[in-house]
Design a protein around this ligand. Structure first.
Ligand code: GRF
Length: 201
């Protein structure tokens, strides 16, 4: 049976589109079972609708984190995903959520973790003056951008970069890296040793 992905997003959804492209091109051997957004106006939600991919909004306004995550768990269980891909999902997930899907949640972050976790990572890296930054795909645990690292791609910072041009190149790296990391995790060709995700050849 085809493996199932769930994608959670809050906005633009360009990583979701990169994942959908990789699925279409057979680079990810799975189907996107559902796209869920906490924001009704997320562009990614609209793109999912245009592509005919099942999508829905679980609005986060006015509910506690626990209530929200309970609802999210319920919706996700309905679709029974093998892997949940956070793609610009701007919410911290509760320990109950992590426990419900332990080892089956991935996130992409626009820096070389553990440098520059949290919001506005591209600007943090730019302002710090690093010569290299990039993106990281990692398993999600209870911490902030802290789970075991599946894949990273480095992006050099150019002298004539602005935060915007740098963010653009990081985003290109994200679109190439996230589908590859998802394919690897779905294939099961890795093992986790402590914090290290060791890829099997
Ligand atoms: C990306 O930079 C991703 O790394 C971060 O949020 C952004 C989402 O962009 N977690 P998009 O919605 O996929 O275009």
């Amino acid at each position: 049976m085809k493996k199932k992905l769930a994608v959670l997003l809050s906005g633009r959804g360009s990583n979701f589109e990169a994942i959908a492209r990789a699925v279409r091109e057979g680079k990810i051997d799975a189907e996107i079972a559902v796209v869920i957004s906490n924001r009704p106006d997320a562009r990614g939600l609209e793109r999912a609708r245009e592509m005919g991919i099942p999508s829905l909004c679980v609005p986060s306004r006015g509910v506690t984190r626990e209530e929200y995550d309970e609802k999210l768990i319920e919706e996700l269980r309905r679709h029974n995903p093998d892997l949940i891909c956070l793609a610009g999902f701007m919410r911290l997930l509760s320990p109950a959520f992590i426990a419900a899907f332990r080892g089956r949640i991935l996130n992409i972050h626009p820096s070389l973790l553990p440098a520059f976790p949290g919001l506005d990572a591209q600007r943090q890296a730019f302002d710090h003056g690093v010569r290299f930054t990039g993106c990281t795909v990692h398993f999600v645990d209870e911490g902030l951008d802290s789970g075991p690292i599946v894949m990273q791609a480095a992006v050099p910072v150019r002298d004539d970069d602005t935060v915007e041009t740098l963010a653009e190149r990081i985003l290109e790296a994200e679109h190439a890296t996230y589908p590859r990391a998802i394919a690897l995790v779905l294939s099961g060709a890795y093992r986790i040793e402590g914090r290290r995700v060791v890829h099997r050849k």
